[in-house]
Each structure stands twice: as structure tokens, then as C-alpha cells.
Write a protein that binds this ligand. Sequence first.
Ligand SMILES: [Cu+2]
Length: 228
Amino acid sequence: MTTWLNMSLQDGASPIMEQLVFFHDHVLMIMLMITTTVSYMMITLIRNKQTSRFMLEGQMIETTWTIAPAIILVFIAMPSLRLLYLMDEVHNPSLTLKAVGHQWYWSYEYSDFTKLEFDSYMIPQEEQQESTFRLLDTDNRIVLPMNSPIRMIVTAADVLHSWTIPSLGVKTDATPGRLNQTSFSISRPGILYGQCSEICGANHSFMPITIESVPAKYFIDWVSKMSE
Ligand SMILES: [Cu+2]
């Protein structure tokens, strides 16, 4: 989750998010290179008076500064497309979780089990304890097994919402009458936080998402306890 003075992205809790962070850093390095070169050239132009009666045309430099940006763009586009298709792929999921957005809470259905579904409301400030995170904790957390591919089905019951977990690199629109699909696997145990990311009405800020990532053994225990 985000903590004080966290300026960049959250640490990746899934292999995809890790790759997204690498890609972000890669693009930043290219941007740094370009801004340095361009500002150096601009400052030089301002500080010097450059006139020459021989510098009327320059085929070579013009070709170079047209081709070079195109090549740089390829270096951004290739890893970007790779990630895009990697995120789109659903690799033989071992579990399916369906999230339904409501005004203003999420409800979840574990379609692989019978009658395993619940609503998940934000814990209001009055009911907070020492351990709860304000505006982020819910009364019913999603429990998911770590290290297993999970298919997410996201939809909404009333208006547009967006199911988002930044540390998993997941952000899927919840649209009424439509099922959107993504997948992820969580690489470590812990609690992951997210919020609705589509302006959905008055209490848009108060429908957080909480995932409890646990080892598979504990997940099975939880399922059997829930479906008793
Ligand atoms: Cu919403």
C-alpha cells in the first residue's frame, strides 16, 4: 500500500506489476536522455549567436534527427506491446472471482464454490480500530491464495465503477451489463488495498477494495469455514 513519502509506484505484488515498474523506469531513462539533450541544445542556442554562411542546408543531420526519434519510439513501443499482450492473457486460472460494483460498495462471488458470496463495505470512521486504515479497510476482505493464477470478472449493478489494485497492476472498468475479464497472481502474502477508480457518485471515495493474500492451505480453510 502507499505509505508516507511514497512518491513513485507501489511495490509490485504480482509478476505483471513488477514488469510494469521496470517498464516505467525504462521509459523514464529514455525521457531523461531526451530532456538532457534538448535542454542542452536549447541553452546552447540561447547563449550563442550561431550564424554561418555555409550552414544553409544539411541533408545528413536532417535525416539523422528524423530517424533517431523513430528508433527511440520503437524501443518504447516493443516492451509496451509485450506487456499489453501479457496482461491480456489469461493463463489457465485456478480460481475465478467475480466483483460487482454497487453504489457504493463491492460485492464478490467465488463462482467455483456454492453460495460463497458477500458484500464488502468500507469500515466507517466511527468504527475504526487501531489497526484499520482510514478509507481503505473493509468489513469483509477478499481472501485469495497466493502464487496461483486468478481470473477476475468485473461488472457493475448500477453505474460505472472501476476495480483497482495498484500493487497488482490491475484496473478494470465495471460496466453494467458487461463482464470484463483480467487475471493476476499474487506473489506474496499480505493485505493489498485499492479503491474504486471511476467517478461513480457521492460515495465514490468510500468503496475501497481489500485483498487478503494467504497461502493456499489457509485459503481452503477459509473457504470451508465460509461455506459451512
Ligand atoms: Cu465506484
